[in-house]
Ligand binder design. Structure first.
Ligand code: SAH
Ligand code: SF4
Ligand code: F3S
Length: 469
């Protein structure tokens, strides 16, 4: 997309949406209105849900943890794999009873699943109790859509096929007080042959550098310590801006922002990992020593069929360059198991990459057929049994490697950013190392949001335990 096609939503339109926020607030005045949002999928969806929450707060709704007592229920959906979709249908089915009990209840579904016309049709036919359906491109229009739904009592469907628009300055209510998501670009141009994302999130479009720096500056002032920059393909940030802007340059700018101590980002595509970016990770103090660089598969043949645009050897060379330039960097990856036509030898290549790279962490997924993507048409689909067997084998290898890497930390001192109480505990706090490892330790609430040093005295595959120094 050229520079001219990416347009920030005009200020007048944002003002108009804000007027709807106030109109709804007036309608809700004196009533204790509650909302609940269920979010599926990736961090971009989490960040979108934070925006929905921000708008809902301004409409006079407070958050409820339970769907049962909510006046407005939202499902922000994902369609990257089939099981994500099935979960949503399950939830929607069970809401029918609630709608019967409370006809004023507003049920909304949005997100990536809604960008598929057949899904919208299915919901309209089978889940008639849904009031509002919208997609990924018109999230900022949520106030107007809620207002229309309240006024008309009819099902409102508003899906845009694609969008060059970026909305700035909409309210946001963030889930966490220490770490914040910052979406820096939307969409994806890569069209990996298995992936639905480019069809439901549109083409790549980057936010303005100044807008991002401003958002992060405010986060620093508000006391946030860590930011994670989000994009389906963050390292192609800026390519559509037509100026001398790159993701590396953005990192150098954000590295200067007061208050922010740590900068993370995801996801990087190997084909766009420039030397400039490797040096930026090395040289920017606040940019964490961690890189999520999905390989997806080890076999060059499979990578080619996946349209990943690199070979096994090129990927391994890239990893070698990263390790050489950034000593001690932790690496993580995404891997798809059972891509159509994946033979046992192809899969051995995936295991081989895992052994050679020695990732700190790997997210492994069973290939899921996505209608509309080229790979779904393949007649060489791998059976579920074979996929499951390969999955188990890969998990065993990764668990061993993760544990071996973590074992090296035993007895060592590390710096962690304290995030909060550990789940199900009143005294155990949790934080992360720069390399993204979870460390649990006995602490106290005033440490939340602080960088502290701990000595590691117990090591597990997925987490570490330490003592405050
Ligand atoms: N843009 C990111 C993330 C995309 S979705 C990236 O390129 O890495 C997150 C992960 O879901 C992908 O990395 C991939 O491993 C997985 N994924 C995508 N489509 C899938 C499919 N059809 N079946 C199984 N896993 C899939
Ligand atoms: Fe999907 Fe590939 Fe784009 Fe990632 S880079 S979102 S896997 S098409
Ligand atoms: Fe899912 Fe959409 Fe993210 S399909 S992975 S929620 S971009």
């Amino acid at each position: 997309m050229s520079k001219r096609e990416t347009v920030v939503v005009p200020q007048e339109e944002i003002v108009r949406q804000k007027e709807f926020l106030h109109l709804i607030r007036e309608l809700n005045l004196g009533k204790l209105k509650k909302y609940s949002i269920s979010t599926f999928g990736c961090q971009m969806n989490e960040n979108d849900s934070e925006r929905l929450a921000g708008m809902l707060a301004e409409m006079g709704y407070t958050e409820s943890q339970k769907t049962e007592d909510s006046d407005l229920i939202i499902y922000n959906t994902c369609c990257v794999r089939e099981n994500a979709e099935l979960k949503v249908y399950g939830h929607l089915g069970s809401l029918k009873r609630l709608k019967k009990q409370n006809p004023d209840l507003i049920i909304a579904v949005c997100g990536c699943m809604m960008q598929q016309p057949e899904v919208v049709e299915h919901i309209k036919q089978k889940y008639r109790h849904v009031d509002l359906i919208f997609g990924t491109h018109n999230l900022y229009k949520f106030p107007e859509l809620v207002y229309s739904s309240m006024m008309s009592g009819k099902t409102i469907v508003d899906i845009w096929e694609s969008s060059g628009f970026i909305a700035e300055d909409m309210p946001i209510e963030r889930k966490d007080g220490v770490k914040a998501w910052v979406t820096v670009m939307y969409g994806c141009n890569n069209f990996c042959s298995y992936c639905i994302v480019p069809y439901v999130r549109g083409r790549e479009r980057s936010r303005g550098l100044k807008d991002i720096v401003n958002e992060v500056t405010v986060l620093g002032q508000q006391g946030y310590k860590e930011i994670t920059l989000l994009g389906q393909n963050v390292n192609s940030y800026g390519k559509d801006l037509g100026e001398d802007i790159s993701f590396a340059k953005l990192l150098y700018e954000l590295n200067k922002v007061d208050g922010i101590e740590r900068i993370r980002f995801m996801t990087s595509h190997p084909k766009d990992l420039s030397d400039e970016l490797i040096y930026a990770i090395r040289d920017c103090r606040k940019v964490c020593n961690h890189l999520h660089l999905p390989v997806q598969a080890g076999s060059t043949k499979v990578l080619d069929e996946m349209n990943r645009k690199y070979t096994k050897e090129q990927y391994l060379e890239l990893i070698a360059k990263v390790k050489e330039n950034i000593p001690g960097i932790s690496l993580s990856t995404d891997i798809i198991i059972g891509f159509p036509g994946e033979t046992e030898e192809d899969f051995d290549d995936t295991v081989d990459v895992m052994e050679k790279v020695r990732y700190d962490m790997a997210y492994t997924f069973l290939y899921s057929k996505r209608t509309g993507t080229p790979a779904a048409k393949s007649t060489e689909q791998v059976s579920d049994d074979v996929k499951k067997h390969r999955f188990d084998r890969l998990l065993e290898v990764q668990n061993r490697i993760s544990k071996e890497i973590n074992d090296e930390l035993l007895g060592k001192e590390v710096e962690i950013l304290v995030e909060g109480l550990s789940k199900n505990s009143n005294t155990t706090y949790t934080g992360r190392t720069e390399t993204n490892k979870i460390v649990n330790f006995k602490g106290s609430s005033e440490l939340v949001g602080k960088l502290v040093r701990v000595r590691i005295d117990k090591v597990q595959t997925w987490s570490l335990e330490g003592t405050l120094i």
